[in-house]
Design a protein around this ligand. Structure first.
Ligand code: G4P
Length: 529
């Protein structure tokens, strides 16, 4: 296979959902189709296994939360599929946000009964901001749920999407008969008794065909005809260009647990989903088909073995071919590095590989060279854009609890922040350190890891902050900005990149500040230039 064919056959994507919508079940069913696993339950088992072997902390083990953003790869119909797993737990949302910088498209899973849930809203917003192509899978059709049209409305309104159904359910819950596949013009019927498999898949290019009555009964046939008519009137036809631009989101219905509608989803997905996309760097746009290797670190998974501080840096290859033992420029350090044992991911295993192509993820063993966002190239100075920090939800002062170990504490904090565990802010006025996290759980993680990996102890002190806002002065020399800096100095801090951040205590303060200092802009993410 040629270099270009290798790249064009890759599909790298993430599945996002609110916890419990069925992301794990769907992932597993996709792997089953790819022949990557033999039995149902393997992914779930893997979840537990992961917690036992590679998760780095006792407290995580106790809580049973896996924070690993792993990669599941398999071949299906000659396409190389890379699924980047995203933690569903909201305390690890930042991890998921970062993973979304490494995907070329996304599948959004929604529970038919619960509809759009808060975590879905947050994640979809991030995808929308980046115009990532999204495909929606409405799951659990074997259960009683919301009306399909109401759901489509909800998806449009709450998620700000522009949808077009590619399949449509016939009945629901107890009356669920199957799905009309608008995309392939086929009727897929559920087996009546067990509701566990597709009994028939009938070609139905024209639903006015009276055979439809025979297949699903008169009432259901009439309803389906009316619904399809309505769909044609209300929703735009599917356009791949619009989908790829992020302007149109195709919707599929099914039941992951019963393996219903999943193959249809996968078949449509590999047809329409994009191969590795070009990526912006500060210097230029990098195309995946360029021959020279470029890539960036989007995730660092620490510490398989706390004694060795060994970490695995996950690199998304943006262009070219990554080769084992080749020298690559670590742009931030300006030095060449070679990797003798890059890991590639296949199904649930990782193994050492000689070559990986644009679109793939390689795992590099690291002893502290990398931080999130670092770029590797064959010599060109490039810095990939787009791993923003978002305002944390929780803020606490961090204090050193062991004066003899100040150095260890700062080193530990520094490295943990490089991994993206949390964000560190330094108050301008007095140099005090503030740790900001997405979930309260991270404070325990940090405390535990500082002690076990760096031999340092810390305590926390509460701090009343509503949101961290990144400050942009549209006119840094004017008196207004100087006054802003003077009046707010107690609440101003620098993030790790040295950007100015305003730690606000309420929405009211944000509004007041904006109206009082119109030349000062406040941003909720670090990436606004
Ligand atoms: P998540 O990764 O998004 O958190 O969801 P997960 O796949 O773990 O699914 C959450 C629950 O929903 C699981 O049940 C799963 O079996 C169920 N589920 C997934 N897809 C379907 C579906 O199509 N129909 C129905 N009826 N249920 C579905 P659980 O009881 O929490 O776990 P388990 O005991 O079944 O493993």
């Amino acid at each position: 296979m040629s270099f270009l064919e290798e790249i064009q056959r890759r599909r790298t994507f993430g599945i996002i959902s609110h916890p419990d919508a069925g992301k794990t079940t769907l992932t597993e069913k996709l792997l089953l189709f790819g022949g990557a696993i033999q039995e149902a339950g393997a992914v779930k088992n893997n979840k537990i296994k992961k917690t036992a072997t590679s998760d780095f902390m006792e407290i995580e083990r106790q809580r049973g939360i896996s924070v690993a953003t792993s990669v599941l790869a398999f071949i299906y119909k000659d396409k190389k599929i890379n699924i980047l797993d995203t933690p569903g737990h909201k305390d690890f949302a930042e991890d998921t946000f970062r993973t979304l910088t490494a995907v070329d498209s996304v599948i959004v899973v929604i529970d038919v009964a619960k509809g759009v849930e808060p975590q879905t809203e947050k994640l979809v917003e991030v995808c929308r901001m980046r115009s990532i192509p999204m495909l929606v899978f409405i799951n659990k059709l074997d259960r009683e749920g919301k009306d399909a049209f109401d759901l489509l409305d909800e998806v449009e309104q709450k998620l700000g999407l522009h949808v077009t159904p590619m399949s449509f359910p016939i009945g629901m819950g107890y009356d669920f008969q199957g799905i009309y596949n608008i995309w392939e013009k086929k009727l897929n019927l559920f087996s009546e008794k067990s509701k566990t498999s597709i009994t028939e898949s009938i070609e139905f290019t024209d639903v006015s065909n009276p055979e439809l009555e025979k297949a699903i009964g008169e009432k259901a046939a009439n309803t389906l005809r009316e619904e399809l008519h309505l769909i044609e009137e209300v929703y735009p036809p599917f356009s791949r260009e619009e989908y790829l631009r992020g302007d149109l989101q195709p919707v599929f219905f099914g039941s992951a647990l019963n393996n219903f509608g999943v193959k249809e989803l996968l078949d449509a997905f590999i047809e329409i989903a994009p191969s590795p996309q070009p990526k912006k760097s500060e210097e230029r746009l990098v195309d995946s088909k360029e021959e020279k290797m470029t890539g960036f670190v989007f995730k660092i998974h620490a510490n398989m073995d706390p004694k060795h501080r060994d970490r695995l840096a996950f690199v998304k290859i943006v262009s070219g071919v990554f080769k084992r033992n080749s020298p690559y420029l670590h742009v931030r350090h300006g030095k060449n590095l070679k990797f003798s044992s890059p890991n590639a991911f296949f199904a649930e295993k990782k193994e050492i590989v000689e070559e990986s192509y644009a679109g793939d993820i390689v795992g590099l063993h690291d002893t502290g060279n990398f931080k999130i966002g670092d770029t590797l190239t064959e010599g060109e100075v490039l810095n990939f854009k787009g791993i923003p920090s978002f305002s944390p939800e929780h803020f606490r002062y961090v204090n050193n609890a062991d004066p003899m170990k100040a150095k260890q504490l700062f080193k530990g904090l520094d490295q943990l922040m490089d991994e993206g565990v949390a964000q560190l802010f330094t108050i301008e006025m007095n140099g005090r350190k503030v740790v900001g996290t997405v979930g309260a759980l991270q404070y325990e993680v940090i405390q535990y890891r500082l002690e076990h990996e760096y031999g340092a102890k810390c305590t926390y002190e509460p701090l009343q902050v509503h949101k961290a806002c990144w400050v942009e002065a549209t006119n840094p020399k004017n008196e207004e900005y100087k006054e802003f800096l003077r009046v707010k100095q107690r609440y101003l801090a620098k993030d790790k990149q040295g950007q100015l951040v305003f730690l606000t205590d309420s929405e009211f303060t944000i509004q007041m500040t904006l109206s009082k200092y119109p030349t000062v802009k406040l941003h909720f993410t670090s990436e606004f230039k």
